[in-house]
Design a protein around this ligand. Structure first.
Ligand SMILES: NC(=O)c1ccc[n+]([C@@H]2O[C@H](COP(=O)([O-])OP(=O)(O)OC[C@H]3O[C@@H](n4cnc5c(N)ncnc54)[C@H](OP(=O)(O)O)[C@@H]3O)[C@@H](O)[C@H]2O)c1
Length: 297
């Protein structure tokens, strides 16, 4: 019999791709803040501020995958920062509270987290033992993971995905590079030598599937390929494969900071998220090469 997986954040990129690739393997239910999407059959409403979850969402649920999160790219106002925190941490606590109330013990609780846990000003290689807690983003990611750990109290296996940049033809990141290059300009955001750790969306989906089914998966994992790229190399590959006649144009960090304010710090980190822990559990990538990803689009 198929197991039931409850995923938070129905409208999200990763949640949708999980549904596309795994719908024949699981009964998939969703939590959404978008009332229009809720059919009370497979998509259920929740409201974190009002501490509300439609209880039918949790019925017969074997595994929970918590992917909801107010976008980090939104303006960093106090109000938006609260939404970012609430949608990640308070939401985890709310799901836990409902599980306790309904006496539901999921076998697995998988939570999104991010390599932002290593800090915005970080440099160099980072493995899962490294944390910094130097800025609000890394503190938030750390609280996100700590809140996921409360599910251990109800005997769930807890897996935390320190997601690097998700690459998908639908992601804003890749779409904006490809769009500007279609018009002849390859735009570099900040330094061309900064490293970008990345993972293809289908590999992130595969990781979730493996984390549900494979007992070896436990704790925090950097979700990244074993080959990080510099931004310069990334643009060069897209140029070579798709738009060879593009002119490269660099937006300096100070201009980014003028346009985006403090959010420009998202484009500063120069982190190589080490994927050794994934290797140890013998994780098989569909895409470990960025060139292959671009060729597949
Ligand atoms: N994409 C990346 O490169 C990346 C990198 C590192 C970490 N992550 C994390 O991984 C998770 C999944 O990523 P993704 O790219 O699939 O995310 P996404 O496309 O931005 O979707 C997140 C979903 O969260 C829900 N949401 C938004 N605001 C909310 C709020 N205030 N309260 C509750 N739910 C809210 C929305 O679904 P509904 O409208 O259905 O409620 C939204 O579609 C996110 O938590 C993200 O922060 C992503």
């Amino acid at each position: 019999m198929k197991e039931t997986v409850l995923i938070s954040g129905k409208n999200g990129l990763l949640a949708n791709r999980f549904w596309e690739l795994q719908k024949s393997n699981y009964n998939i239910k969703f939590l959404s803040t978008d009332k229009k999407k809720c059919d009370n059959i497979s998509v259920f409403y929740w409201n974190i501020k009002n501490k509300f979850i439609d209880e039918n969402a949790l019925k017969d649920c074997d595994h929970i995958v918590h992917l909801a999160g107010y976008p980090i790219i939104s303006r960093w106002t106090k109000e938006n920062k609260n939404k970012m925190y609430e949608s990640r941490i308070n939401s985890t606590k709310l799901i836990y509270k409902y599980c306790k109330k309904l006496m539901i013990e999921p076998k697995t609780f998988i939570s999104a987290s991010a390599i932002g846990i290593y800090g915005l000003e970080s440099e160099g290689e980072k493995d899962e033992k490294d944390t910094t807690n130097t800025d609000w983003i890394s503190k938030m990611a750390s609280d996100w993971e700590k809140s996921a750990d409360i599910f251990k109290k109800i005997n769930a296996k807890v897996v935390k995905m320190r997601i690097s940049l998700i690459i998908s033809k639908k992601s804003l990141f890749l779409k904006s590079y490809l769009l500007s290059m279609r018009f002849g300009i390859a735009t570099l955001l900040g330094s061309k030598s900064r490293h970008i750790s990345w993972i293809h969306i289908d590999d992130a989906v595969n990781f979730i599937d493996q984390a549900i089914n494979n007992k070896k998966y436990n704790g925090a994992y950097n979700l990244a390929t074993s080959k990080s790229l510099t931004q310069g190399k990334l643009v060069q590959i897209i140029k070579e494969e798709k738009y060879p006649f593009c002119i490269t144009f660099q937006i300096p960090t100070r201009i980014l900071s003028f346009i985006l304010g403090k959010r420009s710090k998202i484009f500063i980190p120069n982190i190589i998220a080490k994927a050794d822990k994934l290797k140890k559990i013998d994780f098989k990538y569909k895409y470990d090469s960025f060139r292959e990803v671009i060729r597949s689009i």
